[in-house]
Design a protein around this ligand. Structure first.
Ligand SMILES: [Zn+2]
Length: 200
């Protein structure tokens, strides 16, 4: 198992450290989950340059050739999930939802509905809800979107590196396979994002 140093960086020959403090937004007090993304950029360099500017980003970036970069400390919060999370109970097991509250929200207009569901879900502890920025690590895979429903395929080298990295993070943070999510599962995104990412 690799080590995490005092700055929250993963020390391993497989990982190049390219930390951008501009994508770190306060402390990440605990890591309960991992969210897997695709960048919608064509190269790692363009994402790394974007992270230098600051704003949204994730903790790790995996290039098409499988090279892993750590781009933010695992002790820091990154903005990678988005503002609004979906309802996990609606997706996984409707019977476990608060049916009265959910019926009221589902009767609202779309914009009101997704805002109300987000607030309702955030009041729950993980894992009753999907992960949020304040309890999850983000992993970005370099890859472009193709259309409204599709992204380019994750490469075999990316999936191999993703598997290695996720296993390291399982060990470091005592996580399990059910704690790893594709971004469109968690929030309202192009459903093709990370759809061909594979891990155990
Ligand atoms: Zn994403």
């Amino acid at each position: 198992m690799s080590t995490i140093d005092a700055n929250g960086m993963l020390i391993d020959p497989k990982v190049i450290l390219r930390r951008s403090s501009g994508i770190e937004h306060g402390a990440l007090p605990s890591v309960l989950a991992i969210v897997v993304h695709q960048t919608d950029s064509s190269t790692a360099e363009s994402s790394l340059n974007g992270y230098q500017v600051g704003g949204n980003g994730a903790h790790f970036l995996i290039d098409k050739n499988g090279q892993i970069y750590q781009t933010a400390s695992v002790f820091a919060r990154c903005y990678h999930v988005g503002k609004l999370i979906k309802s996990k109970c609606l997706t996984i097991n409707k019977n476990s939802c608060d049916t009265g509250a959910m019926a009221k929200m589902l009767a609202m207009s779309w914009v009101n509905q997704i805002n109300a569901i987000d607030a309702h879900e955030r009041a729950k502890p993980y894992p009753d809800r999907y992960p949020v920025n304040s309890d999850s690590i983000g992993i970005e895979l370099v890859g472009m979107h193709i259309d409204d429903k599709t992204y380019e395929a994750v490469t075999a080298a990316q999936n191999s590196s993703l598997q290695w990295l996720i296993e390291e993070l399982y060990a470091q943070f005592n996580l399990k396979a059910e704690d790893v999510y594709k971004h469109p599962t968690v929030s309202y995104k192009n459903p093709g994002e990370a759809s061909s990412a594979i891990w155990k």
